[in-house]
Design a protein around this ligand. Structure first.
Ligand code: ME8
Length: 519
């Protein structure tokens, strides 16, 4: 026996969430999209490491804890549980849920600091500038505006405070040319293009050195050799991607296997940190750069920004309770082209749930499976000679892996689902034209072939939608008699459903949304 080929590693991360507030659907969106990507790669034969977690240091967390009357550590311990529950709720199949208060993370952040320092990129000076606690970021005066005596960031509209203190600086200004050269030679690094172009313009305008330590509070990773300073929260936060795979032990199996990351999944408000500061830190430290930074858009409620003051922040738990997890996962990935901003509304979710899931996929599965149950004793039939219509539909289904894979490669989730639903639409049309319920009397052998072809398309679709709707796809594969394990990997796409297999009694999997009737 020849040993199995080692699997190709694939390392994917989400942003680590600030756990100061309550989780909202925007966070769930990020977890779900990264999760779909991770599941896709696992099913496609990759050795996946999926990292997500919480970003627990910084002034914002310290202030929130103070308001709650507890220590920052007590506060983040409490909130880490809340976020762990959200991950369980949305089905995040992470390999590690990192917390920046984890012990190994301190060692990693300090090691990265020392490498940058050894490279001559860190110096001590004094900082004076406008700081946003909400964004944990400084803004140049030109990028600020005063309203009613309060200064705000033009970009994020968050309140700014004048901050003056001794600070360590990172020589970011020295990296402008190297960053631009890197972007030029790695066109896949930042995506989508319309978002990454903003990053490029920012770098082209010239980079200032970056303040990377604070002395006015102590809730952070201590700067090595300098007791009065803690690291700027973003230096510590970005390092989580290294800690997650064994850094600072660069010889560890995990690090050698998984670094550099294949993709960082992040939202549009933090592209600068990931596509400018982070690669510059890594260049300075002599470490490889991530292969891709994928920038998703923001979700809005009915076209309106979610905010506490408007009272339109929806908790993932409520939405999932109302529509079901897989409906939400499907909706979020299908409705909004990944990268663009998007909106959710009751009508839009119900529309997708009823049209795409219940009518299109659900009906096709339920009608074909019930006909097999009623007319063939629930046994997968032997197909006869294939007619052109049969081959055409099977070929279309066989072509899906290629198109879905190409779309996932670029995190174009909506395009992948569109391709699958295109074939489902054609299969529904095929089913309606072939009229197997008529063939039952006129030509039972032909009915058997039509049902076989339909089951086989449904099986391929079920395999391919597993990353997006893991629970429903699993139930569909159960209904098709597909055992767990190899029969559910993408390699099984080319091994058609076996005639003669006994199927369990079918039960509907994709319910229609019915508006609750007022009492
Ligand atoms: O920025 N729609 O944390 P965070 C979609 N700790 N995505 C949204 C969103 C919305 N309405 N609101 C937020 C941080 N996000 C840092 C990250 S990484 C080393 C440190 C996204 O809790 C946001 O863009 O403010 C980010 O990717 C993630 O949620 C966490 O945001």
């Amino acid at each position: 026996m020849t040993p199995a080929e080692p699997k190709t590693p694939f390392y994917i991360t989400t942003a680590i969430t600030y756990p100061n507030g309550e989780p909202h659907i925007g966070h769930a969106y990020e977890y779900i999209s990264a999760d779909a990507m991770a599941r896709f790669k696992r099913l496609d034969g990759f050795d996946v490491f999926f990292l997500t977690g919480t970003d627990e240091h910084g002034l914002k967390i310290a202030q929130t804890a103070q308001k709650a009357g507890i220590t920052p550590k007590e506060f983040v311990d409490r909130q880490a549980v809340v976020y762990r529950e959200v991950h369980a709720l949305v089905g995040t199949s992470f390999d590690r849920l990192i917390r920046t208060t984890d012990e190994d993370h301190y060692a990693a952040a300090q090691d990265l600091w020392k490498r940058m320092e050894a490279n001559g990129d860190i110096y001590l000076s004094k900082y004076e500038g406008w700081y946003s606690v909400r964004d944990e970021a400084f803004y140049p005066e030109d990028d600020t505006v005063v309203r009613d005596g309060v200064r705000y960031s033009k970009e994020t509209d968050t309140e700014l405070t004048w901050t003056a203190e001794e600070s360590y600086f990172f020589r970011l200004s020295a990296y402008q040319d190297r960053l631009l050269a890197y972007y030029e030679s790695h066109p896949e690094f930042g995506a989508p293009g319309y978002r990454f172009n903003e990053v490029i313009s920012f770098v082209k305008r010239g980079l200032e050195d970056l303040s990377i330590s604070r002395t006015s509070f102590d809730w952070g990773v201590p700067v090595p050799g300098s007791d009065s300073h803690v690291m700027y929260v973003w230096v510590d936060a970005l390092t989580n991607y290294l800690t997650g795979v064994g850094y600072p032990d660069t010889e560890s199996e995990a690090f050698r296997k998984y670094w550099p990351a294949d993709v960082h999944i992040i939202g549009k408000d933090i592209s600068r940190f990931h596509a400018v500061y982070w690669p510059a830190f890594l260049m300075s430290a002599g470490l490889e750069l991530p292969k891709r930074v994928m920038i998703h858009g923001f979700l809005q409620n009915n076209g309106v920004k979610m905010s506490k003051s408007l009272g339109n922040v929806v908790a993932p738990r409520d939405m999932i309770g109302q529509y079901g997890l897989d409906t939400m996962r499907y909706f979020l990935l299908r409705e909004v082209p990944y990268g663009a901003d998007g909106s959710y509304s009751h009508e839009a979710i119900v529309g997708r749930m009823n049209a795409d899931l219940a009518n299109n996929l659900g009906n096709l599965a339920q009608r074909s499976l019930s006909m097999v149950a009623k007319n063939l004793g629930g046994v997968v039939p032997e197909p006869g000679e294939l007619a052109d219509a049969d081959s055409a539909i099977l070929d279309a289904a066989a072509g899906l892996l290629g198109s879905v894979r190409a779309a996932f490669e670029k995190q174009e989730f909506s395009r992948a689902l569109e391709a699958v639903w295109g074939v489902l639409g054609d299969t529904n049309a095929y089913f309606a034209e072939q009229q197997p319920w008529v063939l039952r009397k006129t030509d039972p052998a032909r009915m058997a072939t039509v049902l076989y072809v339909t089951l086989e398309v449904v099986r391929r679709v079920a395999l391919l939608v597993q990353p997006v709707m893991p629970e429903s796809a699993a139930r569909l594969l159960d209904a098709l008699g597909q055992p767990e394990g190899e029969a559910r990997l993408f390699t099984a796409l080319t091994a058609p459903i076996a005639p003669g297999a006994q199927l369990p009694a079918p039960a509907p999997i994709f319910p229609r949304y019915e508006e609750p009737v007022a009492p």
